[in-house]
Design a protein around this ligand. Structure first.
Ligand SMILES: NC(=O)c1ccc[n+]([C@@H]2O[C@H](COP(=O)([O-])OP(=O)(O)OC[C@H]3O[C@@H](n4cnc5c(N)ncnc54)[C@H](O)[C@@H]3O)[C@@H](O)[C@H]2O)c1
Length: 425
C-alpha cells in the first residue's frame, strides 16, 4: 500500500542567481509550512554554496533554516569542481523526491533525465531543454514512470497574464494580430557567471529571456508559433567571450499574427527598475480592435531612498515591482514570499504532490495509472507548463538558434506527426 506522501525532499541542482533570489526562499517557506522536507543544494563547486549559506538576507528572513550543501564548501578547495556530484545526490535521495534543475540551459536535459531515471519528480527552470526531441523524450520517460515534470515559466502565474488568458479565451479580446514584447536584463549581468555559459555557442538573449513572452503569448491566446527569425548583435563579455547580448526577434503565429521580441543585457545599472519589460498585443474584434498592454516594469510603486546599497544595480530612486518576488513580514518566525515567482514554484511542487496523492491507497500498476492520469489532467489544465503542453517552446528555441547563428534567416516550425524546424525556402 502506498504510504501517504506528504513531505518530499527537495534536491536543488544549481547554486546560482535564480536559486538564491527566488527558488531557495520559496523552498524555505514551503518547508516552514510543512509542504516539503529536507533541502539539498548541489553546485559545480563550493563558492556559490558558501555565498548562499552566508546570505544575510536569507539568514534574516528564515532564521535557523539551512540546506545540505554538495560539495561541503568547508571541506573542499574553492578551485575543486564536481561536475558529476549531482548524480550521486540524486541516486542517494529517497525516490519520488523533487529535483529542481536550476543550472545553465544546456545542462537541463542531462540533469532532468538523470533525475527521472532516479525516480524523482522534476521542476526545471525555463527553458526545459534546447531541443524538441529532448522534451518529448523527457515527457515519455516521466509518464512512463508516473513522475511529474513542470517548467518554471513564472509569467504564467502573473495575475495579469491569467486575467488576459481568461478574457482572450472567452472571446472578449478578439484575435491577436500584431504585438511587441521586450525584456532587457541589467547591464551588470555581464559581470556574472553568465559570461561563462550564456555565450554564442550555447545561448543568446532571445533563448535566455525572450522565451518568457513567447510562452506568455501562447499561454494567453492558445496560438502556436510557426516561424521564427532572430537577429543577434554580438558583443564581448568582460572575460572576452562573445555573446549575442542584444537580439531582435520576429515570431509568426499559426493565424498569421506576428510578435516582435526585443531582448538584451543592457538595462542601465543606475536605472530605477530591476530590468525593462512589457508586452503590447493588438487584436482584431468584430467591428473594432482590441488591445492588451502590460507594463511589466513599472507597476505603480516609486521609492526614493536615503541610502544606496552596494550591489550592482542598486540605486537611490527605485520603481519597485511588488509583483515578481518579495519577502514580506506577515508575522510568524520567518518572512513570507509573495509574487508570481513564488506562486509558480509552489504550484509546481504542489503538482508533484498532487501526482503522488492520486496514488494514495493504491499499489503497483493501479498506483502508476493513477499518477499518469493526474499528470495528464495537469497537462490538460494548461496552467503549469509541462513537456506535453509547452514543447512548442523547444521548437521556438531550436528555430531561434538556427536563425540567429545564420544571420537572422527565417526558420519554419512544422507540427503534425513529426514536429521539426527548417529554413524557409
Ligand atoms: N527569469 C527566469 O526565469 C530566469 C532567471 C534567471 C535564470 N534562469 C534560468 O536558471 C538557470 C540558471 O541560471 P542562473 O542565473 O542561476 O545561473 P548562474 O550562472 O548564476 O548559476 C548556475 C549554477 O549552476 C551550477 N552548475 C553548473 N554546472 C553544474 C554541475 N555540473 N552540477 C551542479 N551544478 C552546476 C553552478 O555551480 C552555478 O551555481 C538557467 O537555465 C537560466 O536560464 C531563469
Amino acid at each position: 500500500m502506498c504510504k501517504s506522501y506528504e513531505k518530499p525532499q527537495v534536491l536543488l541542482i544549481g547554486g546560482g542567481m535564480i536559486t538564491e533570489i527566488q527558488i531557495l526562499p520559496t523552498l524555505y517557506h514551503l518547508q516552514n509550512t510543512g509542504l516539503i522536507g529536507e533541502i539539498s543544494i548541489v553546485a559545480l563547486n563550493g563558492p556559490p554554496l558558501r555565498k548562499i549559506a552566508e546570505s544575510r538576507t536569507l539568514h534574516n528572513s528564515f532564521p535557523g533554516q539551512s540546506f545540505k550543501p554538495y560539495p561541503d564548501f568547508n571541506k573542499v578547495g574553492d578551485d575543486e569542481v564536481f561536475p558529476d556530484l549531482f548524480k550521486e545526490v540524486l541516486s542517494d535521495a529517497p525516490q519520488r523526491s523533487v529535483a529542481v534543475v536550476a543550472v545553465p540551459d544546456q545542462l537541463h536535459y542531462p540533469m532532468a533525465k538523470e533525475a527521472l531515471n532516479c525516480g524523482h519528480h522534476v521542476l526545471a527552470v525555463k527553458p526545459l531543454v534546447l531541443k524538441y526531441t529532448e522534451a518529448v523524450e523527457l515527457e515519455k520517460l516521466a509518464l512512463d514512470k508516473g513522475l511529474f515534470v513542470g517548467v518554471e515559466y513564472h509569467k504564467r502565474f502573473d495575475d495579469r497574464n491569467l486575467i488576459a488568458r481568461g478574457k482572450y479565451r472567452s472571446g472578449e479580446l478578439g484575435e491577436f494580430r500584431l504585438g511587441f514584447a521586450s525584456l532587457i536584463e541589467p547591464w551588470y549581468y555581464r559581470n556574472s557567471n553568465f559570461q561563462n555559459w550564456c555565450t554564442t555557442e550555447n545561448s543568446d538573449m532571445f533563448t535566455y529571456i525572450g522565451c518568457h513572452y513567447v510562452d506568455a503569448v501562447a499561454f494567453i491566446t492558445g496560438l502556436l508559433p510557426t516561424e521564427v527569425s532572430i537577429y543577434g548583435v554580438e558583443e564581448p563579455y568582460p572575460n572576452g567571450r562573445m555573446g549575442y547580448l542584444w537580439t531582435d526577434g520576429r515570431v509568426v503565429w499559426e493565424n498569421g499574427a506576428v510578435l516582435a521580441a526585443l531582448n538584451g543585457m543592457g538595462y542601465p545599472n543606475i536605472a530605477p527598475g530591476g530590468n525593462s519589460q512589457g508586452m503590447t498585443l493588438f487584436c482584431r474584434g468584430e467591428n473594432d480592435g482590441a488591445l492588451v498592454i502590460h507594463d511589466d516594469q513599472y507597476r505603480g510603486v516609486k521609492h526614493s531612498y536615503t541610502v544606496k546599497g552596494d550591489d550592482e544595480g542598486d540605486s537611490y530612486y527605485n520603481e519597485v515591482s511588488p509583483d515578481y518576488f518579495k519577502l514580506l513580514d506577515m508575522g510568524g518566525k520567518a518572512m513570507t514570499p509573495v509574487g508570481y515567482g513564488h506562486r509558480s514554484v509552489e504550484n509546481i511542487i504542489r503538482a508533484a504532490i498532487r501526482t503522488e496523492a492520486a496514488a494514495e491507497g493504491k499499489t503497483g500498476d493501479e498506483a502508476l495509472q493513477a499518477r499518469r492520469h493526474m499528470i495528464e489532467a495537469i497537462d490538460k489544465e494548461g496552467v503549469i507548463a509541462t513537456p506535453a503542453n509547452s514543447s512548442y517552446n523547444e521548437l521556438v528555441i531550436e528555430a531561434g538558434r538556427m536563425s540567429i547563428t545564420s544571420g537572422g534567416r527565417p526558420v519554419m516550425i512544422e507540427y503534425g506527426d513529426n514536429p521539426h524546424v527548417h529554413f524557409r525556402d
